[in-house]
Design a protein around this ligand. Structure first.
Ligand code: MD6
Ligand code: FE
Length: 214
């Protein structure tokens, strides 16, 4: 990563599209706590590589916290109150996660966001997430809040049709993307993660996406 004399300046909000904003560094306040929360979540509900309805093993490993968790298997995608690995509820969403998600939503112009699901994605070097829409949620008037931690990623943001042009954005540790409104169903994805070393997270990127599912 190129260091610059201007790195100390706060980075301004970036508008990705109507309804979608990047808030650089918004989640830096979560601090070191987040690692111990992630450790206790994965002790109860471990990261696993889910199988797509088409039968492919996802390169991104996933787990969840909150009332509902996003699950994929051969029967399709769904939000499930039970972790199929543990046969128990997903771990509770830590209050600090909920706080940062609702504050980011407010900062992006979406008040009253009360997420009941937090999908946790783990990327190791070589992992990627193909272009997709998030449309398994009941209420598309609710935004999605996405928190990036650890290694930087090249994030792809497109339009409402798969073939629409995509723009690339680098998401760094602590960055938050909020999207909703006219952007809620935009295609997006993550390019293959490059090798690197993050001081706190090591050789991985963790992404938290907060959703209102029911
Ligand atoms: C990621 N994020 O950043 C993957 N989906 O690792 C997503 O797929 C995503 O960032 C919906 C809303 C925001 C996101
Ligand atoms: Fe998504």
């Amino acid at each position: 990563m190129q260091e610059s004399f201007f790195d100390f300046l706060p980075k301004p909000t970036v508008i990705l599209a109507e309804g979608a904003v990047l808030l650089p560094g918004f989640a830096l306040g979560l601090g070191a706590d987040i690692l111990s929360f992630l450790n206790s979540i994965q002790a109860a509900s471990p990261f696993r590589h889910m199988i797509t309805p088409g039968g492919h093993r996802m390169s991104v490993a996933m787990t969840n916290c909150g009332k509902f968790g996003w699950v994929s298997d051969k029967t399709g995608y769904r939000y499930d109150p039970v972790d199929p690995l543990s046969n128990r509820s997903w771990p509770e969403m830590p209050a600090s996660f909920l706080k940062i998600a609702t504050e980011a939503a407010v900062a992006a112009g979406y008040s009253g966001f009360q997420p009941d699901a937090c999908l946790i994605n783990r990327y190791l070097p070589g992992s990627k997430l193909s272009l997709h829409q998030d449309r398994n949620e009941a209420d598309f008037t609710q935004p999605i809040v996405s928190v990036s931690l650890g290694l930087p990623a090249s994030f792809l943001f497109g339009g409402l049709k798969r073939k629409d042009a995509v723009k690339k954005y680098t998401l760094e540790h602590g960055d938050v993307v909020v999207w909703g409104g006219p952007s809620r169903l935009c295609y997006h994805g993550v390019n293959t993660l490059k090798t690197g070393e993050h001081p706190a997270f090591g050789k991985q990127r963790i992404n938290l996406t907060f959703r209102k599912v029911v």
